[in-house]
Design a protein around this ligand. Structure first.
Ligand SMILES: Cc1cc2nc3c(=O)[nH]c(=O)nc-3n(C[C@H](O)[C@H](O)[C@H](O)COP(=O)(O)OP(=O)(O)OC[C@H]3O[C@@H](n4cnc5c(N)ncnc54)[C@H](O)[C@@H]3O)c2cc1C
Ligand code: SF4
Length: 502
């Protein structure tokens, strides 16, 4: 029986982050492991409210009150089991999820701070490792059916694990030299150390999943070959078409880059160092891209921008400005605009923000300024108002507010325009919709028989928790398509959306 008064006895507390001066000297995770006492105390704040809206906030339908109570009572093995019943990779979501479940926690209804659900989740995930709970599951007899998964991000890997555990022969194809999708070279180590991915990959491999890294499907292997070898294909290629600003004067100057160019180069250096290989942060053509000693301007306000900020400080930037088009959000939920339990528009402060840099709100770039040699020396910004008219965003500069910010490295972190146009799509006859995504029918099939889609490729740039949920659901659909016995869990359907006020 959960403690109904736990939240009255204990305030919400998170473990202390590693001190800023220490952590910006390395690439290790910002959070050290929390003590068991703290986590059990915080799990006690969950009152098992009866109608747990956190379930609806979490796309995976994680059984949060169940595992909170198991942690409260120190029943870690059962907590590990309960968590893995709905989530293939809680060590990823526990570290990286923005936790829409916490925004939907019933404690928030009474003005209390929500349970630290995400922190409890990561501690259970780490307990699984410590207790040998990531041992491969026994493999069932082979069904004789085979599935190709294209893309090794969380959507592809979740689907692969579900399908392998149902007895299908699964091969994951990945064009990068290493597996993990955006978790590998997109998200920096200070948010997710790569040993967590490697450990899961070992589990999947032991459960029978085959991996083929360094294979660009559509180029190195044709869609025709893929279809000849497999009974079904799951496309989980992500939404990696970076949005650009081609109309902004000066975009072609040296030193103006897509954020992902910077992140991938930096993360590859960290990966090489882990293997004892010295490396420089360079673009694929060998051009250096490093924030050391530079004035950096990051354009954008989301996860990608915050990751660039953390990387810039670790590389030794001289100074960083992070620009946001929108005004500074309030610190607390505006109930009229975003009533509980929806995801509120509030100021999001990532650990990277306490490491330095200046955030500038309600500004838009007017020009990237040339230093006279074809390289950027400044960004000219103006204060702006932003309004929506007939579904369109209207940005209006305020006269007399223009100013220059010093910049010799500019990073565009302004979002993604869906999945990339690539030979594979044409070979399969799969088309992108107006958002650049690939539509799925209610059974996760694209318009092409035997070809399914999941994750960011279907949803547009989103979150890891949605990618895992879609991967699991698409696996269930593929299992049914292949005539598999019984059914697999399907936490979402292709039309599922985050909680919203109607
Ligand atoms: C910088 C950054 C930081 C982020 N931080 C967070 C965060 O903190 N929390 C969070 O929840 N979400 C975060 N996200 C979003 C999250 O990473 C994505 O939503 C998630 O990774 C999507 O998973 P996916 O499996 O659909 O695709 P991806 O992870 O994008 O993986 C797709 C894979 O498909 C491969 N591929 C594509 N085409 C082919 C082909 N033809 N052949 C073979 N392989 C192919 C790609 O190389 C890629 O590895 C972040 C995103 C970015 C860019
Ligand atoms: S996956 Fe995200 S939304 Fe679901 S319980 Fe974990 S932190 Fe909450």
């Amino acid at each position: 029986m959960p403690d109904p008064n736990g939240f009255l006895r204990y305030d919400r507390r998170l473990p202390a982050r590693r001190p800023v001066p220490v952590r910006i000297m390395d690439w290790r995770e910002v959070y050290p492991p929390a003590g068991e006492e703290l986590i059990r105390e915080q799990a006690t704040r969950c009152m098992d409210c009866g109608i747990p809206f956190c379930h609806d906030g979490c796309p995976l339908g994680n059984r949060i009150p169940d595992w909170n109570d198991l942690v409260r009572t120190g029943n870690w093995d059962a907590a590990v089991e309960s968590l893995h019943a709905t989530n293939n990779f809680p060590e990823f979501t526990g570290r990286l999820c923005p936790a829409p479940c916490e925004a939907a926690c019933v404690l928030g209804l009474g003005g209390q701070q929500p349970v630290t659900i995400k922190q409890v989740e990561v501690e259970i995930a780490d307990a699984a490792v410590a207790r040998g709970g990531l041992r491969p599951r026994p493999v069932p007899p082979p069904t004789g059916r085979s599935v190709a998964v294209v893309g090794s991000g969380p959507a592809g890997l979740a689907a692969a694990q579900q399908l392998a555990r149902a007895g299908h022969a699964v091969t994951v194809y990945e064009r990068d030299d290493a597996l993990g999708g955006l978790l590998r070279y997109g998200i920096p180590d200070f948010k997710l150390e790569k040993r967590h991915i490697d450990r899961r990959l070992a589990q999947l491999a032991a459960e029978g999943v085959r991996f083929r890294a360094g294979v660009n499907v559509g180029v190195d292997v044709t869609a025709e070959q893929l279809r000849a070898e497999h009974d079904a294909v799951l496309l989980a290629c992500g939404a990696l078409a970076g949005r650009d600003a081609p109309e902004t004067p000066g975009r072609a100057l040296r030193g103006v880059h897509q954020a992902m160019e910077h992140l991938v180069a930096a993360n590859r250096v960290v990966a090489a160092a882990g293997e004892g290989r010295p490396a420089l942060a360079v673009l694929p053509d060998g051009t250096p891209i490093d924030a050391a000693g530079r004035h950096v301007v990051i354009i954008g306000g989301g996860d990608t921008a915050a990751d660039c900020l953390g990387v810039a400080h670790r590389q030794g930037a001289a100074g960083v400005h992070q620009l946001d088009l929108y005004p500074q959000p309030p610190r607390g939920r505006d109930e009229a605009r975003d009533p509980w339990p929806t995801w509120p528009w509030i100021l999001r402060e990532y650990p990277a923000h306490e490491e330095g840099g200046e955030r500038v709100f309600a500004v838009a770039v007017q020009e990237f300024v040339d230093d006279g040699t074809g390289a950027v020396r400044a960004v000219r910004v103006a204060e702006v108002t932003v309004e929506k008219r007939n579904g369109r965003r209207i940005v209006t500069p305020l006269p007399g507010t223009e100013r220059e910010l010093p910049a010799d490295l500019v990073l565009l972190a302004i979002g993604f325009d869906g999945t990339e146009e690539q030979p594979l799509l044409g070979q399969l006859g799969v088309v992108r919709n107006a958002r650049g995504a690939v539509d799925a029918r209610p059974d996760w099939r694209t318009g092409v028989d035997g070809v399914f889609v999941a994750g960011d490729m279907h949803r547009g740039a989103s979150l890891i928790v949605w990618a895992i949920a879609e991967g699991r659901a698409a696996a269930a659909a593929i299992h049914a398509y292949l005539g598999g016995t019984g059914s697999l869990p399907a936490p979402v359907d292709p039309a599922a959306q985050p909680l919203a006020a109607r």
